[in-house]
Design a binder for this molecule. Structure first.
Ligand code: AMP
Ligand code: MG
Length: 341
């Protein structure tokens, strides 16, 4: 299959994409978090094509994307007062809510669960596509399973060329990490995946403490069932070996470890130490950002770029796992397979 990339602002692009969605095809589209691989959420056969294109295990459910509140009742049942508070505060935006599923959502979307993940993206092209299709769009991230999530149309093309008919190009995703996932189907709201909406803010809006699943910054131990189906799979793995530095004197520890290695070595660090790494002459590729938010925005692009440049080892500075830092450390530790120095 030939994969076409169309700028989303082309007048025909959204219409073409919507027509494909309505014909049961899969289309990649931009969102503010990462790019999504979308199909009509009511069409089980179309959604099955997402799993095939990504090589995604069937027990890892999808997120359903809606463009307005009226669509919600066709996706979720029993919408609680806490859901309205969260939607008022954060939608459209990078917050996915887990609620009881509506009957019309096929089992393939929820991997057989009686709950569904739903969100309203804060991206004009994503909203335009859902509106033009007239149906909710089920979409996981548009990467091959296990690879870093795509934050640009080019990243999607790297993984999906020949597998899907169309990629809508809407520029770089500004958040750079996937949505915060909050399970509100039970009695206590539980954070299943951190994102750029941090638990502290969720707590403020829900006026209750948010449970934080232990699997978020620690490996799932054998025998314990992961709360979110996606948690048990390897994630975000570039070809390079990734190591996270959690020591205090990061520059010394990283340069010491890097100086003994052959091959191309890269570092992902805070801006304040960039010059030091540059002057050391040990690194073929350096990416940096000011803070947790900035690091989230560059991480997946940095991992993919390092692969394209033939980097064999990537050292990443760890940061404090508070606020948005929790999302960064969750993705980083998974990419590193929890290897730390
Ligand atoms: P992705 O957008 O590729 O990150 O995939 C969607 C994520 O949402 C996966 O990690 C799923 O585990 C999670 N998810 C989707 N539906 C549910 C659900 N009903 N309960 C818990 N997690 C879910
Ligand atoms: Mg994903």
């Amino acid at each position: 299959m030939k994969t076409v990339v169309m700028p989303a602002e082309d007048s025909h692009a959204i219409k073409t994409a919507a027509r494909l969605i309505n014909k049961g095809q899969v289309v990649a589209f931009p969102t503010e978090t990462v790019y999504g691989l979308g199909a009509n959420a009511f069409d089980a056969d179309a959604c099955m094509k997402i799993f095939a294109a990504k090589n995604r295990p069937a027990d890892n459910p999808l997120i359903v994307h809606i463009s307005n509140r009226d669509m919600l009742s066709s996706v979720a049942d029993e919408i609680k007062p806490v859901a309205y508070r969260l939607m008022d505060a954060f939608w459209p935006g990078p917050l996915t809510l887990i609620m009881k599923k509506a009957e019309g959502i096929p089992e393939v979307v929820t991997a057989g669960l009686n709950t569904v993940a739903v969100r309203m993206p804060d991206h004009k092209d994503a909203i335009a596509l859902i509106d033009a299709s007239g149906v909710p769009i089920a979409a996981p991230s548009a990467n091959s399973s296990g690879r870093p999530s795509p934050t640009s149309a080019m990243h999607v093309f790297e993984d999906m060329d020949t597998r899907i008919p169309l990629i809508l190009d809407g520029g770089a995703s500004y958040a750079g990490v996937e949505s915060t996932i909050l399970d509100i189907s039970g009695d206590t709201p539980t954070l299943l995946r951190p994102g750029i909406i941090p638990p502290e803010l969720l707590s403020k809006v829900t006026e209750c403490e948010i449970l934080i699943d232990k699997g978020i910054i620690a490996p799932i131990q054998d025998g314990s069932a992961p709360k979110a189906p996606g948690m048990k799979y390897t994630h975000y793995s570039p070809k390079a070996n990734v190591v996270v530095c959690e020591s205090e004197n990061k520059f010394e520890v990283i340069t010491n470890a890097a100086s003994g290695l052959c091959g191309n070595v890269a570092v992902i660090c805070l801006e304040e130490r960039r010059e030091l790494y540059e002057e050391s002459g040990l690194f073929a590729y350096i990416r940096s950002a000011e803070d947790a938010r900035g690091l989230c925005a560059i991480l997946f692009d940095a991992l993919r770029s390092a692969d394209l440049l033939g980097v064999e080892h990537i050292f990443c500075e760890g940061i404090s796992a508070n606020g948005i830092g929790l999302a960064y450390m969750n993705r980083l530790l998974k990419a590193a397979g929890y290897q730390t120095i």
